[in-house]
Write a protein that binds this ligand. Structure first.
Ligand code: HEM
Length: 470
């Protein structure tokens, strides 16, 4: 594109914004009678990026009659998630669909219930507690290393996405809930995939068939839900039967918590919702972050070599431990850059409780706003060469210049991810343990396509060959 056409495009955009501001309504991409739903259904990720290009920092869409705004500027993200968070709640279609699965756990609860549950769970995520999990994380990764060696020796292939799901699922079970879920990994994996895809279908379809109507599709959804519920119920029942000292973990904390005022413990339903939430939120996102990181490392062998060199420099010939995480500076930067380009939680929705005005545009009460890491992490006003994979952006001096809410893979404000510290330690330790032994080569011809369901997953997995370092 030459400079002239760029100026022209900017001029057109400025005129559209001026015109829109005068009307109080943000600019909207072209649409049809159903609004923008069709375009969203075809290509959500591209649609959001184009909307920012075409409309600027505030873009207005319509899902049939419901107005929706995409807020791309970091200051707008901050307004919704941090400064004015009381005016933006989770009564959105997306969270309602999640509530069908997770009930009212930490991720979906609101108000006093959320505050109380967060207070109860918070101590389980303190740094020292998480540090104590480091060894289990590395031991689990070592098992994965052992299982890949014969595959590497016969030049076989793996699906890195499902390998990472299995590994992080096992770690979430062992560390937070002291339960061995390795036997359930395959059925849990299938159930999670089906439910996340279903959640997205429901979000994007104007007409929902209630779950209690026994269509073949609903039956599959209910069966996936009952798979997850039975794993969670088993965990809770086994813990209840336990005599003597209970493990000092999140499950015990949740079960022993008492309401400060009434002294009551959590109901079975609340306990089920919390455990299911942690179980799901605690493994799926981290697995995707790792899968995308291996994908990018394979595409950028120079970066992969720098990671391997750092691992040798820091660890020598031993396994990593929690104390190494702060020293693995480049490896951490690679993970952060990978979550910039492929943020596992790629979109965060909220409902405006009362009317608001953002950048001069009306946000009506009851309408939906989206803050999207996928979009803001590529905002050309805040990122040079936004599509370029450049982990050096996250090395300390350069990272200090990044706008606080230009990068928010874990959200922001009071609802920020409770598992952020856990996820970063886990991801760095797993990456170091696996990259110590292997490089990952993508299998030519296998399509790697980001699928924007509730989380950003590789639609067809990521087929790869583990190659042992010589
Ligand atoms: C790379 C990994 C992860 C990413 C990218 C991620 C991302 C996020 C984001 C963006 C939110 C905020 C959602 C919103 O504002 O609507 C969130 C919330 C949450 N995450 Fe994570 N997460 C990750 C790992 C984890 C882990 C390991 C756990 C648990 C062990 C966890 C548990 C939760 C919970 C319970 C919430 C709800 C917190 C609240 O509202 O109080 N996440 N996560």
């Amino acid at each position: 594109m030459n400079a002239g056409s760029y100026i022209d495009k900017n001029r057109v955009l400025r005129f559209a914004q001026w015109h829109a501001r005068a009307s109080g309504k943000a600019p909207a991409p072209p649409s049809n009678a159903l609004g923008h739903l069709g375009q969203m259904q075809n290509d959500q990720l591209g649609f959001f990026l184009r909307a920012r290009e075409q409309c600027g920092d505030v873009a207005r869409f319509r899902f049939i009659l419901l107005p929706v705004h995409l807020l791309a500027h970091p200051e707008h993200v901050r307004r919704v998630l941090v400064d004015e968070h009381r005016n933006y709640d989770k009564q959105t279609k997306g969270f309602n669909v999640l509530r069908l699965v997770l009930g009212n756990g930490l991720l979906t609860a609101e108000g006093e219930l959320w505050r109380r549950q967060r207070r109860i769970a918070q101590p389980a995520f303190h740094r020292e507690r998480i540090a104590a999990f480091g060894e289990r994380m590395v031991l689990a990764a070592e098992d994965t290393v052992r299982s890949w060696i014969p595959i590497a020796e016969r030049s076989g292939t793996i699906d890195i996405a499902s390998e990472m799901m299995r590994l992080t699922l096992r770690i979430a079970g062992e560390t937070l809930l002291s339960t061995d879920v390795t036997g359930d990994a395959a059925s849990v994996g299938q159930a999670v995939s089906l439910l996340l895809t279903e959640a997205n279908v429901r979000i994007l379809h104007p007409i929902e068939v209630p779950l209690n109507i026994p269509t073949p599709h609903n039956r599959r959804v209910l069966s996936a839900l009952s798979t997850l519920e039975s794993v969670v119920r088993k965990m809770i029942e086994e813990r209840r039967k336990m005599t003597g000292q209970r493990p000092n973990d999140l499950l015990t904390m949740l079960m022993e918590a008492r309401d400060e005022e009434t002294g009551e413990s959590m109901t079975d339903q609340q306990l089920r919702d919390e455990v299911l939430t942690i179980f799901l939120a605690g493994h799926e996102t981290t697995a995707n972050a790792l899968a995308w990181t291996f994908y990018l490392l394979s595409l950028h062998p120079g970066v992969a070599r720098r990671v391997e060199k750092e691992i040798v420099d820091v660890l020598g010939n031993r396994l990593p431990e929690v104390g190494d995480v702060n020293k693995l500076v480049y490896t951490t930067a690679v993970l952060k850059e990978s979550m910039r380009l492929y943020p596992p939680a790629w979109i965060i929705g909220r409902r405006a409780v009362n009317d608001d005005v953002v950048d001069g545009y009306e946000i009506p009460a009851d309408s939906i706003v989206f803050a999207s890491p996928w979009v803001t992490h590529r905002h050309p006003g805040f990122w040079q060469n936004p599509e370029g994979f450049d982990p050096d952006r996250f090395l300390p001096e350069r990272a200090a210049t990044i706008h606080r809410t230009a990068y928010f893979p874990f959200g922001a404000g009071p609802r920020i991810c409770i598992g952020q510290g856990f996820a970063m330690i886990e991801a760095v330790l797993l990456l170091a343990t696996l990259c110590r032994k292997f490089r990952i080569d993508l299998v030519p011809g296998h399509p790697v396509v980001p699928q924007p369901s509730i989380t950003l997953r590789p639609r067809y997995g990521i087929k790869a060959r583990p190659i042992l370092h010589t």
